[in-house]
Design a protein around this ligand. Structure first.
Ligand SMILES: *[C@@H]1O[C@H](CO)[C@@H](O)[C@H](O)[C@H]1NC(C)=O
Ligand SMILES: *[C@@H]1O[C@H](CO)[C@@H](O)[C@H](O)[C@H]1NC(C)=O
Length: 358
């Protein structure tokens, strides 16, 4: 209400200020089209559009990237939404993360027939493995197959990013180390934390590449990232595993509730594979856990992580026919709101029937 009242006043103040600056001293000032030539009545001079030609987009980038997100077993709400034994879900916050970066999403339903799942993988420009709890059975096998396919596509020359978040981080750790018992107990349920950057780490090419120096400093001191996990891996064990330490660089670590250090961000040395043991998607899009940071800095963390993910996906030049993309987009499904419980996810997409739209 107040903003409407104040808007005209503010606008007129702004206009006056700009005009004053224009008159006073600033020949290089930038003017709105309406201000150009506004002083005289010659309308033909008012706005010369030839001076405002947009530059062509970079042909090496794909400006319509699509992110595949793998669904996780269950309904994401302990049976409150669905008890269907085939149900799987994607928390909408992961979808919003991709959308916030400027991408659309295709759900990869983990228990749909493999052939159709892998056809859908052929429609996307990058993949997110989400948080959750499933570490064995079909889910583990499918994550492994998709991960290997992603590496294969990169080896074949496509830039195909993988974002492994929380459980995704844990699964990729198990897959690369080929050790299902590599994880250790960590006490980091429902807590926010800072991120400790590894000394002299090069953040070029990592999720932090676009972070302004001010925000990087705050990440180190303020609790700007959400943790919600009970498994992790210590820097010592990580570095001690040849497979892990030759595949990934450790970028950040965190301290759990008992002072134990665990690895919290890794970046592959060779592939666009990013692992985070924290939740970039929660700051802006989840409300059910009491400790999720929602400050302006925290929201920037979500936004910058989204920008990084999608900027990587834009380098994938995989451009399948549009009809196939449209009929598989997440927009063909409706999320369910389940925030009334005050815990868990706010919105989830639930997949119960095998539905191949290809
Ligand atoms: C699932 O089963 C539980 C336990 O029987 C029940 O409380 C819940 O209402 C069921 N959920 C749905 C969506 O029917
Ligand atoms: C679950 O999926 C299997 C095939 O994967 C199917 O045979 C079964 O009928 C499905 N169950 C339900 C409850 O939809």
């Amino acid at each position: 209400m107040w903003s409407y009242v104040w808007l005209p006043i503010l606008l007129s103040l702004c206009t006056d200020a700009i005009t004053m600056v224009k008159a006073a001293e600033s020949p290089a000032a930038i003017f709105l089209p309406s201000q150009v030539g506004a002083a005289d009545d010659d309308e033909s001079r008012a706005f010369d559009s030839r001076n405002y030609v947009c530059s062509a987009p970079n042909p090496d980038l794909n400006y319509k990237p699509v992110i595949g997100i793998l669904s996780h077993p269950g309904d994401g709400a302990s049976g409150r939404l669905s008890n269907d034994s085939n149900a799987s879900y994607i928390a909408a916050s992961y979808v919003k993360l991709a959308e916030a970066g400027g991408a659309r999403v295709i759900p990869l339903i983990f228990n749909e027939p493999e052939e159709s799942l892998f056809q859908k993988l052929g429609l996307v420009n990058g993949v997110i493995f989400t948080g959750g709890w499933a570490k064995e059975g079909l889910y583990y096998e499918i994550v492994k197959k998709i991960f290997n396919k992603a590496l294969e596509r990169n080896d074949a020359g496509e830039h195909f990013p993988v974002y492994a978040i929380c459980l995704g981080f844990e699964l990729v750790t198990m897959i690369i180390s080929q050790n299902r018992d590599i994880l250790e107990k960590v006490d980091a349920k429902n807590s926010a934390s800072s991120l400790q950057f590894v000394e002299n780490v090069n953040i070029e090419g990592t999720v932090f590449q676009r972070f302004p120096p001010e925000l990087l400093k705050k990440l180190n001191t303020d609790c700007l990232v959400m943790q919600n996990h009970q498994w992790g891996i210590s820097p010592g064990r990580y570095e001690g595993n040849i497979a892990l330490s030759s595949f990934f660089n450790i970028v950040t670590t965190c301290i759990d509730d008992h002072g134990k250090a665990y690895v919290s961000t890794v970046q592959s040395k060779k592939y666009p594979v990013t692992g985070v043991q924290w939740h970039p998607e929660k700051n802006a899009f989840e409300w059910g856990l009491s400790r999720i940071p929602h400050s302006e800095d925290a929201i920037q963390v979500t936004q910058l992580a989204a920008n990084h993910l999608v900027s990587e996906a834009r380098k994938s030049l995989n451009r399948p026919t549009s009809g196939k993309v449209l009929s598989n987009l997440i927009y063909n499904y409706k999320p369910t709101y389940c925030g009334y419980e005050g815990r868990g996810y706010d919105e989830v997409y639930i997949f119960t029937q095998q539905r191949s739209l290809l």
